[in-house]
Design a protein around this ligand. Sequence first.
Ligand SMILES: Cc1cc2nc3c(=O)[nH]c(=O)nc-3n(C[C@H](O)[C@H](O)[C@H](O)COP(=O)(O)OP(=O)(O)OC[C@H]3O[C@@H](n4cnc5c(N)ncnc54)[C@H](O)[C@@H]3O)c2cc1C
Length: 514
Amino acid sequence: MPANAKPLQDYYDVIVIGAGIGGLTTAALCAARGKSVLVLEQHYLPGGSAQTFPHKQYRFDVGPKLFFGMDATRGNMRYHQQVFDEIGEYPELSHYDSYYTFRHPRGCLRVAGSTEEYVEQLVAAFPADEWGIREFYAQLEELHRMFVGMPNLPLDDPAALLRLVWRVPLDRLLAINYWANRSLGDLFDRYIASRELRAIINAEFVAFCYSDIDNAPAILAALVLIERHKGGGSFTKGGSGELARLLIRGLEKHGGQLHYRASVRRVCISNGVAHGVELNDGRIIHATHVVSNAGVVNTFGRVGTEVKPLVEEQWLRPATLEKVDRMTFTDSFFTIFAGVDERVFPPGTDPHTLYIDDYYQSTDDLRMICFCNSSFKDKGLAPPGKHALQIIYFDPEFCRYADWQRDANYESRKQAAFTRAMAMAEQVFPGISAGLDYVTCGTPLTYEDYLAKWGGGWGAQMTIDQFAFKRFQHKTDVRNLLLVGADTHPGIGVVSVTMSGINCAYHIVRPSER
Ligand SMILES: Cc1cc2nc3c(=O)[nH]c(=O)nc-3n(C[C@H](O)[C@H](O)[C@H](O)COP(=O)(O)OP(=O)(O)OC[C@H]3O[C@@H](n4cnc5c(N)ncnc54)[C@H](O)[C@@H]3O)c2cc1C
């Protein structure tokens, strides 16, 4: 368990609340640009959703295992690379041959290889829609090209926006805006008739992209559906928590500091200007800039009365609170972290398998299971002969935060979810229950406890209504208080919060100002 190396000072240029990837990216960049930086993290491990926790001889990833854009030699996204270059730290990576396998009652789709290879797989499975599939993917390729050609700039900086208008041709900006306001479902329906393929893509989006096909912005969907075929998916050796450790090395190398088990109770504000934070133990630390990586509900409050926000209501405009009230958030998860005998997995099993038994269910009823096996790529994450699995069970009955309470029924509800999940797991990997060596389960309340995040989910959904300018940006109603992370533009996902961190740091100190 990491210890706090240095005592806290009274003042820093920048205080970041939360050591999620967005917060750490902002912190490491500000430190590399010469600012004195303190990160305050309530937990004893860094990374937030992207942490890896040890248990017995296993190391389990809590959240992400598929990273985009980590390796400058693969894929089209350079955001991580920009951060690595600036802080002078680089990850050790392995790459996936296959992104994942999607199993369903009629067969299996392997999300692997080039876009062309994947299109051939789809055409073979849905021959009646051959023309439509090819046209649909041609459109996605075009949208993907547009998106990755855009510079990553803060949308709440007028000068940056002017530069964007100056650098990007008007017709491209208009096309991006058009497809940011149309759903993937709209695009799909222009070309493809198969309801079955629509249901498959819908399930993929619910599982991996935080929105269903009718609400996911087409431009974002294009990025997800195409980038995975450009060799962009990587995995950090040692587990996903290694990215946080790399950012901390960068932070500390440049004189910054991270303090664990330091829960921030409130942002100190006078005359509408943030000037520090108060910790749960009453200590006050001053700063010129305060950055919250704690999510919009924890920062501004309002969804549930149980949330005691970091910012008192008097400092917020009614429009900000109404915006929080209007926001929709993803459900949380029921996850089984399991040590499993390696003999359960037939040779050739992909590191990730998504299984759905009935994809014609409505999105609200969709039941899926996802097996994420980091130790397929990194044997060091499990003892010999075993694998460390994160089994995410998507079941509306067990993933809704509001349905869980720590009452007398909590343990029996957890057991019921486990039994139901394992029954589904048996359909994919027969014998998995007998092969269990170690098990611990996470409910929405576990996620809320460890991530200190209201709702315990991914955050604000990635829907058309909450995309780009309609999402929260970095600047807030309080001067010198900034937001960063999954609830801000561009949204959920490790690469997205990295982009958010880059843009948040830009508001505090620009690279050229060093
Ligand atoms: C199960 C799961 C699977 C995922 N899979 C993928 C994937 O495959 N690929 C991908 O790209 N993304 C994936 N994601 C999403 C991705 O991990 C997140 O979007 C991203 O890591 C969120 O980063 P963040 O900067 O918003 O911070 P968060 O991860 O939300 O971290 C916030 C931090 O702030 C701390 N904090 C909160 N309040 C306080 C306070 N008051 N005082 C001090 N500290 C505080 C918390 O403890 C936490 O450490 C997954 C997420 C989950 C949960």
